[in-house]
Ligand binder design. Structure first.
Ligand code: PLP
Length: 413
């Protein structure tokens, strides 16, 4: 926990670029912040203000239930009943201070050493996946990532595919965790992949935690071919962060009481409960349908436009004779670029760009070490991530400096 993980390195870059007041601006393409979309900002501001003005004593002046405030749990149950026909009771829902903490609690509960000395590991069924998962385990070698199959697509595209056979060869699993659409690639699971993971989780009697931070029903950043499903072995995690309220820390999970009840108990012991002001605001936006409207009219179209811009910039600016590919066909909040040359190294690119006041994220942080070797052609150190949530000008200038830096690296090879 005290080591420098990929996530901590990104958070340090955020701190460095915001604390530096010198004249030349940083071009921060590493950030996981959602974009400042006016309609989303206005919705959260209004909902938070109403909670402060109308319910201050109940919301801020008292402790609340560890499972989450009654108002939010009711709003979540009604919302998912309306959206998907799910019948949820309070025993199926738990609210936490962000989905990161909910996932941390799940990993602490369902993974780790067993009384008989066996180790139950946290398994990421397909890497690359969210770098923040790698800090979820407090045991050495407690996390395993399954390498994907790589499918090349045209001259500059590629995509990953889940390798269910490789997953089936693993044992000692405590929990499966996957983001969909994923960070960093924006790739979403299809029905067959989801069914495959559920069948596997059921056969092993382990929870499959599905992180919908970018997915359906909100904020729907990217294409989502499969809506969330309910199953006794699935814990679905949702967050208000990428819909525009990351600073207020609220997320929730829906699942079977045996998993969700344990997470509520963990939160009780660790943080008591999530802050109640954002819980009240989230309840309002779910109840009144504003989150659905803003998702449909503002958030999804915004990122679709930024994706199109990024695709155009890559085609225009990256040197045509460099073998580059970007993960295609999925949308999402990031561009994930693969430079398939032996002279390329993701950390070296990061270091050189930092000298030019640009931040990107080296790709290796999204793989788990042990899987690095399972991938062909040094793949895990030949990718990097750029955020689409940065302003247009930052993307335009940032990609141009990336292109320039690639030219330099190639010339010096
Ligand atoms: N899950 C994924 C896939 C993410 O990319 C992030 C943040 O970048 C989180 C979870 C963290 O979400 P929260 O702010 O709800 O803790």
């Amino acid at each position: 926990m005290a080591g420098l993980s990929g996530l901590r390195s990104i958070m340090e870059d955020v701190a460095a670029s915001t604390a530096d007041t010198s004249a030349e601006e940083w071009l921060n393409l590493s950030i996981g912040n959602p974009a400042a979309i006016p309609a989303a900002g206005a919705m959260w501001r209004e909902a938070l203000t109403r909670a402060l003005e109308e319910d201050f004593d109940a919301v801020c002046g008292r402790y609340g239930p560890s499972r989450g405030s009654a108002g939010l749990i009711e709003a979540v149950s009604a919302y998912f009943h309306h959206a998907y026909g799910w019948d949820l009771g309070p025993e199926n829902v738990v609210v936490g201070p962000g989905s990161q903490m909910v996932c941390f609690a799940a990993a602490a509960l369902f993974c780790g050493p067993e009384p008989d000395g066996a180790h139950r590991r946290l398994v990421l069924p397909m890497v690359p996946d969210y770098t923040g998962y790698q800090g979820l385990c407090m045991h050495e070698d407690g996390i395993v990532g399954v390498a994907p199959q790589i499918v090349e697509d045209g001259e500059h595209g590629f995509r990953y595919a889940l390798d269910l056979d490789a997953l089936a060869r693993l044992d000692g699993i405590g929990m499966l965790l996957i983001s969909t659409p994923g960070n960093p690639t924006g790739r979403a699971m299809d029905r067959a992949e989801l069914d495959g993971l559920i069948t596997f989780a059921e056969a092993r009697d382990i929870p499959l935690v599905i992180d919908h931070a970018y997915g359906a029903p909100f904020p729907r950043i990217g294409e989502v071919p499969v809506e969330p499903v309910r199953h006794p072995h699935v814990v679905n995690c949702f967050s208000a962060s990428k819909a525009g309220m990351p600073g207020e820390r609220v997320g929730f999970a829906i699942g079977d009481p045996r998993y969700v009840g344990a997470i509520a108990a963990f939160l009780s012991n660790s943080v008591l409960h999530a802050a109640q002001l954002p819980q009240a605001a989230l309840a309002t936006t779910l109840r009144e349908g504003t989150l659905d409207e803003v998702t449909r009219d503002a958030i999804t179209p915004y990122y679709r436009g930024k994706r199109e811009l990024m695709d155009a910039l890559l085609m225009e600016q990256l040197p045509p004779d460099i073998a580059w590919r970007s993960h295609s066909g999925a949308g999402g909040m990031f561009a994930w670029v693969w430079i398939d040359h032996a002279w390329f190294d993701d950390v070296e690119l990061y270091r050189r760009l930092k000298e030019k006041r640009v931040f990107v994220v080296p790709g290796r942080h999204f793989f788990v070490d042990a899987t690095t070797t399972a991938l062909p052609r040094g793949h895990a150190t030949r990718c990097f991530r750029m955020s689409l949530s940065a302003p247009e000008k930052t993307l335009i200038d940032g990609v141009s400096r990336v292109a320039e830096t690639l030219e330099e690296m190639r010339a010096e090879a």
